[in-house]
Each structure stands twice: as structure tokens, then as C-alpha cells.
Design a protein around this ligand. Structure first.
Ligand SMILES: Cc1ncc(COP(=O)(O)O)c(C=O)c1O
Length: 392
């Protein structure tokens, strides 16, 4: 028998839809994809130039497995300036993307059979990663407006609970937790000696005013010790392929993560690390310009949804680059669930949206607006046609 933990893990549903969309495109069909979670912008030129410099300097060898010290120093500076948390470089471990950093965190914390609370709708990999490390995912639905279900969390915590995973701004809903609700969550966590928070803050920079990002680790020194902050460069810097993420935690946990990494991957990519030291110093306007573009697209879609509130419900996103549409009205007939709806939209109307089941929420679909305005407008026209057809 092969490893039960691995056998129990499903293939990523987000990738299934993307694969199907690719297959149709290869057949020459004009598919517009709103399925993938990566910025459509190219990595800023200045960051690419630093990678060329790294190559020219021969910065191509193994590095410190925790990540090069100048990068960990810069990350500490960033965490102080942006999040008001004091970390030292030995509390930072740079990994191959935030996904890798999340896995390391879970592997360091969770014993087989321990529970990890996940607030749903949630990014698909949380549940599967918990299963991979032998833990038990406990999914708790967020409130209807996607705020933290504090009472339900409080009730769910027991002597077998090891961690709570949170994600703000959230994939797939775009919701942002307020400072007030995060302080309330911290108060609950601090009542339990052995419960930790894994706070995935990868979309931190993609946030729309007046919303503000707040890190739960900044609540107090005690809360910092109980939190593993996960962040990275993929989304804010349009650097998905560079595979750069990191964790910030207590020294004790960082040591465990370093031990895991030393036997799994060694250091992250040297060239990417070299560039990321400088990326953290680039003119913030470069990042802000991307956010302005995302916000403009968000407005186009939200204005469209406002004209269709009889058919589609949505909570306006506050960050990230996703809409999470409630298509309940159309479920139950020939379309039974969100995967049916996703396949129908793809095959009949050539638009790819991700089924809500991938995020543990039936009857919903996620639309990523990391796509050009032109494609968004055309995509919405196609969605409009699909709705009219379904209503017949
Ligand atoms: C919520 C969330 N966390 C983490 C990641 C992983 O990011 P990275 O590319 O740094 O591994 C993603 C990517 O889609 C994500 O949506």
C-alpha cells in the first residue's frame, strides 16, 4: 500500500479547469480564461535586470539554506515597516514560494491525527497540505459576509487542535479581515497554550482603499510567538515563476522549518533570491500601478454584477483579484453543482471560471480578474449570454 496521506489527496480542481481550457485552446477554440491565480503582468523590468546581474556575477551556487542573509534582513525591514512586527533574520526562512512555506509550517507544527481549523471558502491547497502531513482538516464556514466565524472557531477548538489557518486578503473571496476581528481571534488563540495561527498574507499588497491589511502577529509579542506569517513575491511583484516565499515565526519554529528545508530542497533559487533583495526596494509606484489596474477591472465587473443581482450574488471584494459569484439560482436542474456550471461555461460559452467546490463552497464560481480589460468585457458578454440561455 502506498502512503495513505498522499492517496487521500485529490488533484487540484483549479488545475483541472485550467487544463481543460488549455486543451480547448489547443484545438483553436477562443477560450477566455479567468481560472488561474496569477497576475497577468510581466515581472517589473528592474527586477528582471537584477537576475541578469546575478547570472553575470556567477551568483549561481547553493546559498544559506534559510535564504541569504541580505534577503532575510530586508524581509525583517519589510515586516517592521509594513506590519509593525519586530523579527530578527533567524526567524525568517525563505522558501520556494509561499506554498512551500505553508507546507513547511504545517510539517513543523502538526503531529499525525492533530486538527487544523481552516476557514472556508479557502484556497484548495490548505486542506490537501494538512492531509499530506497527516493532520485532520476541520473546515469552518466563514460568516455570510466572509468575516471570521469567531464563535464557531471558539467552539471547534479542543485539546487536539494544533493550528488555525487564515488568509487575508482571501483567495477566493477577496475579503479582508479587519483589525478588530483579528484581535478577537488572537484573544481566543491566546487562551490555548498549544494552538498556533498560520497567517497567509500573500495578497497583502493587493488591497483596495479604504481597506487595510493587518497582521495578527502584530497584536502582541505573545501572538507573534504563536503565529507563522506566510508571505512571498508571486502576487505583489508578478513573480509567480520565480518561486520566492517566506515564513516568519518564533526562532524555535524557524529552526524546525530550516531543518525540514535542509533535507527537502536545500536553499531556494540563488538568482531569484538575489533579485528579491532588490525587489523589496523598488519604487512602490510600480506595485501601486498594478493594483490600480486590478481595481479598475474590479469596478468593471462589479458594475456588471450590480445589473444582474437577480441572477448572481456577490460580496464586493476588498483585496486580491477574485470575485466569488453565488450561482445558486441556476443549480438543481441540468446543472447540479459548481463543477457542472464551470464545465458548461467552458464548453458552451468558452469562458473558464473555477468551480466553488475547489474552495469548499458549492454553488459558487471564482472569477480571477488577472486578465486584460478587453478579455474581461468579452468574458462578461459571454457570461450574460450563458445566463440568458440558462433562464430559458
Ligand atoms: C492563498 C494563496 N496562498 C499561497 C499561494 C502560493 O503562492 P506561491 O506562488 O508563492 O507559492 C497562492 C497561490 O495561488 C494563494 O492563492
Amino acid at each position: 500500500m502506498f502512503n495513505r496521506n498522499v492517496l487521500g489527496v485529490g488533484a487540484s480542481a483549479t488545475i483541472m479547469v485550467a487544463d481543460k481550457a488549455r486543451e480547448l485552446k489547443e484545438k483553436g477554440i477562443d477560450v477566455i480564461s479567468f481560472a488561474l491565480g496569477e497576475p497577468d503582468f510581466d515581472t517589473p523590468e528592474i527586477i528582471k535586470n537584477y537576475a541578469k546581474e546575478a547570472l553575470d556575477k556567477g551568483f549561481t551556487k547553493y546559498t544559506d539554506l534559510k535564504g541569504i542573509k541580505p534577503l532575510r534582513d530586508k524581509i525583517c525591514e519589510k515586516l517592521k515597516n509594513d506590519n509593525n512586527i519586530d523579527y530578527s533574520p533567524d526567524e525568517i526562512i525563505v522558501s520556494n514560494g509561499a506554498k512551500h512555506a505553508l507546507f513547511n509550517a504545517l510539517y513543523a507544527l502538526v503531529n499525525p491525527g492533530e486538527e487544523v481549523i481552516i476557514i472556508t471558502p479557502a484556497w484548495v491547497s490548505y486542506v490537501e497540505q494538512v492531509k499530506l502531513v497527516g493532520g485532520i482538516p476541520i473546515n469552518i464556514d466563514s460568516n455570510e459576509d466572509y468575516s471570521l466565524p469567531l464563535d464557531k472557531i471558539k467552539k471547534a477548538i479542543n485539546s487536539n487542535t494544533k493550528a488555525i489557518m487564515i488568509n487575508s486578503p482571501c483567495n477566493p473571496t477577496g475579503s479582508v479581515y479587519s483589525e478588530d476581528e483579528l484581535r478577537k481571534l488572537a484573544a481566543i488563540v491566546l487562551e490555548h497554550k498549544d494552538v498556533y495561527v498560520i497567517s497567509d498574507e500573500i495578497y497583502e499588497k493587493i488591497i483596495y482603499l479604504p481597506n487595510k491589511h493587518f497582521s495578527i502577529a502584530s497584536v502582541s509579542e505573545g501572538m507573534k510567538e504563536k503565529t507563522i506569517v506566510i508571505n512571498g513575491f508571486s502576487k505583489a511583484y508578478a513573480m509567480t515563476g520565480w518561486r520566492m516565499g517566506y515564513s516568519a515565526s518564533s526562532k524555535e519554529i524557524a529552526k524546525l522549518i530550516a531543518r525540514i528545508q535542509s533535507h527537502m530542497t536545500s536553499c531556494p533559487n540563488s538568482i531569484s533570491q538575489y533579485s528579491c533583495v532588490r525587489a523589496l526596494d523598488i519604487d512602490s509606484k510600480i506595485l501601486d500601478d498594478m493594483v490600480v489596474k486590478f481595481e479598475k477591472r474590479k469596478k468593471i465587473i462589479f458594475d456588471w454584477v450590480k445589473k444582474h443581482t437577480d441572477d448572481i450574488k456577490v460580496v464586493e471584494p476588498q483585496g486580491a483579484f477574485y470575485f466569488f459569484f453565488d450561482f445558486s439560482k441556476f443549480m438543481g436542474g441540468k446543472i447540479k453543482n459548481s463543477l457542472d456550471m464551470s464545465m458548461y461555461l467552458l464548453e458552451k460559452h468558452n469562458i473558464a471560471l473555477t468551480a466553488g467546490s475547489a474552495f469548499f463552497k458549492e454553488n459558487f464560481l471564482r472569477m480571477s480578474y488577472a486578465a486584460s480589460e478587453k478579455n474581461i468585457i468579452e468574458g462578461l458578454n459571454r457570461l450574460e449570454k450563458a445566463i440568458q440561455e440558462l433562464k430559458k
